[in-house]
Design a protein around this ligand. Sequence first.
Ligand SMILES: [Zn+2]
Length: 674
Amino acid sequence: MAYSISRRALLRATTASAALAGLAKLAPLHAAPRAAPEAAPLTQNRAPLAPQPFQPLPTGAIKPAGWLRRQLEIQARGMGGRLDETWPDVGANSGWLGGTGESWERGPYFLDGLLPLAWQLDDPALKAKAQRFVEWTLASQRPDGMFGPASNDDWWPRMVMLKALTQYHELTGDPRVLRLMTAYFAHQLKALPARPLKDWGKFRWQDQVVSVIWLYNRTGDASLLELAALLKRQGYNWQGLFADYPYRTKTSKQAIGLDKPDVPGEVPEGLKDPALSVHGVNNAQALKVSPVWSVVSGDAADRAAIQRQLGALDRYHGLPIGIYSADEHLAGRSPSQGVELCAIVEAMYSLEQSLAITGDAGLADRIERLAYNALPATFTDDMWAHQYDQQPNQVQCVHGPGPWTTNGPEANMFGLEPHFGCCTANFHQGWPKLTTHLWMASADGGLAATLYAPCTVQTRVSDVPVILQQETDYPFRHAVTIAVKPERPVTFPIRLRIPGWSEQTTIRVNGRALVDQPHQGFVRIEREWRTGDRIELAFASRPRAAVTSEGWTSFEDGALVFALPIDETWTKVRQRGLTADWEIRPASRWAFAVKPDTAIERIERPVGPVPFSRRSPPVVLTAEAVPIAEWPLVDGAASPPPAAAKRSGSGRKIVLLPYGAPKLRITAFPSRVL
Ligand SMILES: [Zn+2]
C-alpha cells in the first residue's frame, strides 16, 4: 500500500508564500460573511487530490426537524448550551478565552459541538457564546503563525480547534479563518521537523489532515500537500497495525505498562505507543485514517482499509451497539465491558467523514446504530448528566470497582464529569454533526440522502436554490417522505440510501413506484425536479434476534437495538453546580434468558417529547423470557452471559425498549436454558 503523495503533488509543492498568494486570489470572494445556504456545496476535491463520491454539505445547510430538533433543543437546554455556566474548564477563565484556566483540549472540544448546535437551532445566545471563543482564537495568532493559549504549545488541541474553525467558516464565510489556517499550517510545516507530533497528536494526525484537505480545496496552496505528507510521516501507522492485528483480547494493565509507576522525567506509560494504540478514543478517531489518507494518496487500497480495521475491532472487541468495548482500553467482547462517550462521538464523526470518501452505505448503517442507540443511552433524558463508560449489559451504576481495563470507580456513574472530564467537553459534537451529515452533495452534481432523520436541507444545485424537507419518525418508524422544492425546475440526481437491514424497499416519486435496483446501497433517481415533487420511501424491517459466536442473543429492528429495562433507583451523590452526580441501583430482576427463536411482537406508540426516554418509548418489542438462577455479579457488573443457565421460574413476557432509553438494562441475553 502506497503512503506517498503523488509525484506531481510533490513537484507542485512550494513554500508558504505561495499559500498567501493563493489566499489573496480567493479573498474577495469571501470578503463579506454570508450565510451557508447561499453557498454552493463543494462537489469535488481539487486536483491532485483523489475524487470522492460524496462531500458533506456546508455546516448549517441542514436544519433538524421533528424529533431530531427536540433532541437538539434538549441538548441546548442542558449541558450542551449551558456547560460554560457551571464548569470552569470552559467558563470565562478558559485559556481559549484568554484566561488562566484550562488551556488544552476542553475549550476546542466544547466549541466543536456548540458552533453547529447554535446555528442549527438559530439560537442567538448560543451563537454569542460560540463567537467569544472564535474571536479570541482568531485574535491569538502570533506573527510566526502559532495560535491559541501561549501557556500550552501542544499540537493536539489545535487540531480540535481547526475542526471548529472550518465549521465556523462554512457557517459565516469569515475570511479570517482561511488566513489563520494558512499562516498556522505554514508555521507547522517549518516547526514540525524540530518539534514533531507526540502522544495524542501523533495518534490523531488524520484529524488534522481533514482540515488540511479542507483548506487545500479552498486555496489550492500546494505546500498543504507537503504538510499532509509530513503529518503522515510523523503520525502513528494505524494501517500497519491492522495489517496483522495483535490486540485480540481484553487489555491488561501489565500489557501496556500501566502496572508500573511513571518515572519522573520520562514519558508516562499511558502516553507510550502500546497504551495509545489500544486506547478507545484514539481507535475511534483512527477509523477515518485510511479513507482520509486515500484522498491524498489516491490509492484504492487505502480507501478500502477501513473495512479491515472495523472487522478486527468487531471480531475481537465488538459490542452489540455498533462499536467496540474500550474502558479506557480495548476490552474484549463481554457486553459488560464499557465504551467511553468520547469514543462514540468520535467514531460517528470518523464514519461520517469515511462515508463521504468511500460512498459505502454500510458505514451509514453503522453511524445510525451508534447515533440511535449508543449516543442517547449514555445521557440522562435532560442531557444534564452523562456517563464516561456505558455498558450494553448495565445492571448498576455505582461508585466502586468495575470490570474496566484501566478506568476508575466512577466510570459508569452519571454526572458532570464522572471519571475524567474529556467527555463532558467532547460530547457536544454528536447530535449536531449527525445533522450535518444527513444529506451530502454527490460528485455528479446531485444530492444524496446518506442518513435518515427529520430535517430540512437548504442548498444549491446547478446554481438553483433547492429546499428538501424530510419528514419521518425514523428510526422509530420505517417510512420517509421527502418534499423537493427547487426555486425553478432543475435536473439533477438524488441518491437514496437503502439500509442494509431493509428486507424490501418501496420508493415512489409522486405516487409512482420505481423499480430501480440499488447500486452500492444507493438508488439513484435523475429527473427534472419541480416544486411539489414528493419522494416516499418505505423500508421493511422485521424484529430479529442476533446471536453472537458466544451464544449471546440481542434484539434489533431496523436501526434500533432493544434492551430489557431494569427498574432504576437513583441516588444523588453530590450537587455539582447546575447539575449533579448520580448512582443508580437495580430495583427489579434482570437475570433472564431469551431463546433466539422467541416470538417477537412490535408495538408502536407516539414519539414523545424526549425521543429516547423510558417514560415514553416510541416503539417496544415483546419477547418470551425465562428467569434464570445463576448470573453472578463480578466486579460490580453482570458477568458475561452464561453459556447455559438454569431455569428458576416460569417463562414470562418481557417488554424491550429502544436501547438508548433505559439507563439500567440487559441487551445481550444467554440463550440456552437447562
Ligand atoms: Zn471522554
